[in-house]
Design a protein around this ligand. Structure first.
Ligand SMILES: [Zn+2]
Length: 305
């Protein structure tokens, strides 16, 4: 949760700022929790909003590269020239667990990157190839390259943006990894998948929270897993089990709970194979609901203290 809280967006002017690591370290979990419901004033546009609104709004409306800023602790961008058809190794400024590489070029070339997803690495490879005629025609027809097709020479100038983690402890939790998946799905117009993943993200956070809560009751790992597995019904977990353990279930926030029940119905329809044409707004709403439900549990229980 801390990685989300350390960065905040203004829902009005969509500027974003970040708390420094040292500031974050000084804050206890209790202070972080109360910070989520605090009113803040944007230092750029002077408008007021709660921290939590800003955080969620920022995630929903964020461009994918902004999303990566939320997910990872280090990013690096630069330009370079690469020779068409030949692999080029690009050195990173420091060792990192590379998670995403975004490549772009104005030349009519196809770019791809390759790197190891395991462990810390110091470089990644980029290769470019000429676009096939079909793709070229498609881009021309869509109004790209308004001044005609740029001539491709042997060398192509590319821009790269690499994102990753430089510290071991920043290994993201499962639900955070899902969050970046959902943002990608929305960008790629896979709205049903985004709705489905939003509910899975919530359930992953819920299970993790219940597990911590059961352990806090003095149960061992196996018993805690066993209890979680035997409660098959997600509503029972979200409402009754959480309430029995923590004094509050998701129903503590009526409006969030209502939206979550709607999300669950949509998830069930998708799960049953119904063909529904979901719109972008519905996928964004699903993500918003899942994040609000996660924040509700985070704020209204004593699991994260
Ligand atoms: Zn603002």
């Amino acid at each position: 949760m801390n990685e989300l809280i350390s960065k905040n967006y203004c829902p009005h002017c969509s500027l974003f700022w970040q708390l420094e690591e040292k500031q974050m370290e000084r804050l206890s979990q209790q202070q972080l929790k109360s910070m989520l419901s605090e009113n803040i004033t944007c230092r750029y546009c002077d408008k007021n909003f709660t921290f939590y609104e800003g955080m969620i709004e920022g995630i929903i409306t964020a461009k994918l590269f902004r999303a990566f800023d939320l997910m990872y602790d280090f990013s690096f961008r630069d330009r370079t020239f690469i020779m068409l058809g030949q692999m080029k190794t690009i050195k990173l400024p420091k060792e990192m667990k590379l998670k995403e590489v975004v490549l772009s070029t104005k030349a009519p070339a196809k770019l791809s990157s390759s790197y190891s997803r395991e462990g810390f690495i110091e470089s990644f490879d980029v290769i470019s190839s000429e676009l096939n005629p079909e793709t070229k025609n498609k881009i021309l027809a869509s109004g790209g390259w308004k001044r005609g097709l740029p001539e491709i020479k042997d060398w192509v100038e590319i821009e790269y943006h690499a994102y990753g983690n430089t510290k071991d402890q920043r290994e993201n939790e499962v639900w955070i990894e899902l969050l970046s998946q959902i943002m990608k799905q929305i960008q790629q117009e896979q709205y049903s998948a985004a709705i489905l993943s939003s509910e899975i993200m919530f359930e992953s956070f819920l299970d993790k929270s219940l597990f911590i809560s059961l352990k806090n009751q003095g149960l061992n790992d196996e018993t805690s897993y066993l209890i979680l597995e035997s409660v098959g019904n997600i509503q029972t977990k979200t409402h009754k089990l959480l309430e029995k353990l923590e004094g509050n279930g998701l129903q503590i926030n009526k409006s969030v709970n209502k939206e979550w029940e709607k999300l669950l119905r949509k998830r069930n329809k998708i799960g049953h194979g119904e063909e529904i044409d979901f719109k972008k707004e519905e996928a964004q709403q699903a993500l918003k609901t899942a994040l609000e439900a996660i924040c509700t549990i985070y704020i209204h229980t004593d699991i994260y203290t």
